[in-house]
Design a protein around this ligand. Sequence first.
Ligand SMILES: [Fe+2]
Ligand SMILES: [Fe+2]
Length: 262
Amino acid sequence: MSMIEPSRVHKDITALPTFHHLPGIGILTINSFVLHAEQPVIVDTGTSNDRDKMVAAIIAACGDTAPSWLWITHTDADHIGSVAPLLEHFPRLKVVTTYTGLVKMGTHSPVDPRRVRLLNPGETLDLGDRTITAMTPPLFDAPETTGFHDPVSRALFSSDCFGAILPAGTNSINDLGADELLAAQTLWTSIDTPWVVKVDRSLLADELDELRDLAPSMILSAHLPATAAMVDAHLAGIAAAPFAKPFIGHNQATLTQMLQGR
Ligand SMILES: [Fe+2]
Ligand SMILES: [Fe+2]
């Protein structure tokens, strides 16, 4: 894991990325965010391996204003690694998730239901200076997944959707050409949502049009280095995903070779 390198990607948003090397594949970004609304929102919390550094980074990013909400986009291990220590550190913090998310967390890291705010897609959360609406991203790898659109920054928090696996040695999509970005996004999408080749492409296109109509200023995926640009490229990347070759991971022979090369 790399050091956490916080960046203020908008006056109201801090991104807290970590970068993880996937041998033979590339670099996976795992982001948490803080939305500095009147009632601040932490969005996802990284892996348990990164817990201590991530908790410290989130606390530092929040500054003097204790966060009100901890939005868990879904309960995969790379999103909930610091839920428990954050709930302990911020006694008024509440987890935002769906009922499925609450039940799934209960199987390994239960959260007191009194500290949960259930929010289904289409329902809203009042943050004092703005109201955000839960939405289901076009692609997802867990049924409880929700993201949201912030009407002030116009950022779209998209959970795993719109992620990318970057080429080794890269940690910014600004370093990539258009074809490289498309390949990076297609690789992630084919790994995370292999079922995308089965979707009704016109329905997917309709969902992408709905997002386009929101005119997001930036797409903040859990697995994409945050940038304000390239929204159209990201939308095009998802539209192209159903046509991509399904991902097949390393086989045992390759793993054995890797282990021998240590
Ligand atoms: Fe996931
Ligand atoms: Fe993820």
